[in-house]
Write a protein that binds this ligand. Structure first.
Ligand SMILES: NC(=O)c1ccc[n+]([C@@H]2O[C@H](COP(=O)([O-])OP(=O)(O)OC[C@H]3O[C@@H](n4cnc5c(N)ncnc54)[C@H](OP(=O)(O)O)[C@@H]3O)[C@@H](O)[C@H]2O)c1
Length: 284
């Protein structure tokens, strides 16, 4: 079996490859799909094969899929351009006749009101229409997303957001990467769409308490209205598009878009997910 991991020089991609190797995959059975081969020299040194995979250049995807039967498509990072980019990988996977196609999606993508969900929903629909034997990994937030709050907490002793009492079932990237590695290596997952999140759905008061432990000073959560939040972000110099994006994400959290947790991630990886405090300590 040969597995292509796209986005392999990204944070998640590198951890997936580490997870595959830890689980006994032969380095030569892994193809690291990257845009810049020079940034994958460390992977080559491990014996992992490398190939250029640029979603904007479909010919690179087709070439990388030669001799590959399993694919992990890590969703791209260029919001607004991702459906066409993902389509290029899906089309190439169909042409190559892969036997398992795994995609990193967003929580409850088909029904979620989260601002990031539509591109994932559209990608899931393309995958379903393609007939590929697929597994969907609907990853909740990475705990690492709160690196900025950690820095702010350390500096000011406060974090501010417009999420109200919304909860986030985050887990560490490592947890999501291990789940991807399990699903890539094991039989029996095709046809599943897994909602993957941390074991605990925490509030921002919980986040402040966790940050208090990590930064070693009292940290308080200031709950802002959307308008107050937008004004604070504007005052900090963010452009209107970014302000709208950040406040929309917070509105999604307030409305419960990231609150779902059912233990699926822990079951897949065979251990509890990384607790919030521990995940934040790693970030620190
Ligand atoms: N669940 C969450 O909390 C969360 C948070 C942030 C992002 N995400 C999503 O999860 C994905 C993986 O997360 P991450 O932390 O690993 O992000 P990341 O470190 O930014 O990695 C993104 C990867 O996508 C690759 N990529 C971007 N555009 C591409 C293109 N046109 N063709 C081929 N590869 C392309 C990048 O390639 P290079 O290495 O060449 O730059 C990089 O390897 C992100 O791309 C995003 O869709 C999820």
């Amino acid at each position: 079996m040969t597995t292509l991991v796209t986005g392999a020089t990204g944070h998640l991609g590198r951890l997936v490859i580490a997870g595959l190797l830890e689980r006994g995959a032969e380095p030569s059975s892994i193809v690291a799909g990257v845009r810049d081969l020079a940034r994958a020299a460390d992977l080559s040194a491990l014996g992992v094969r490398t190939a250029v995979v640029d979603y904007d250049r479909p010919e690179t995807v087709a070439a990388a899929l030669e001799d590959v039967d399993t694919v992990l498509l890590i969703s791209g990072s260029e919001v607004g351009r991702r459906v066409d980019q993902h389509r290029a990988v899906i089309d190439a996977a169909v042409a190559a006749g892969v036997s398992k196609f795994v995609y990193t999606s967003a929580p409850q993508a088909p029904t979620s009101a989260l601002i990031l969900a539509p591109e994932h929903k559209a990608t899931e629909e393309l995958i379903a229409a393609s007939g590929l034997p697929a597994v969907i990994l609907r990853n909740n937030w990475y705990t690492e997303n709160y690196a900025g709050d950690l820095a702010q907490a350390r500096e000011t002793g406060t974090i501010a957001a417009s999420v109200g009492d919304g909860r986030v079932a985050s887990a560490s990237r490592r947890d999501f990467a291990d789940a991807a590695a399990v699903v890539l290596l094991e039989d029996g997952h095709v046809g599943q769409a897994y909602e993957l999140g941390g074991d605990v759905a925490w509030t921002f008061d919980d986040l402040a308490a966790a940050l208090t432990e990590v930064v070693g000073r009292p940290v308080e959560y200031r709950a802002l209205s959307t308008e107050e939040h937008a004004a604070a972000l504007e005052a900090a110099g963010l452009d209107a598009g970014t302000v709208g994006f950040v406040t929309a994400l917070d509105a999604g959290i307030r409305d419960g878009a990231l609150a779902h947790t059912d233990g699926t991630l822990a079951r897949l990886i065979g251990r509890p997910t990384t607790p919030l405090v521990e995940g934040l300590r790693t970030v620190a």
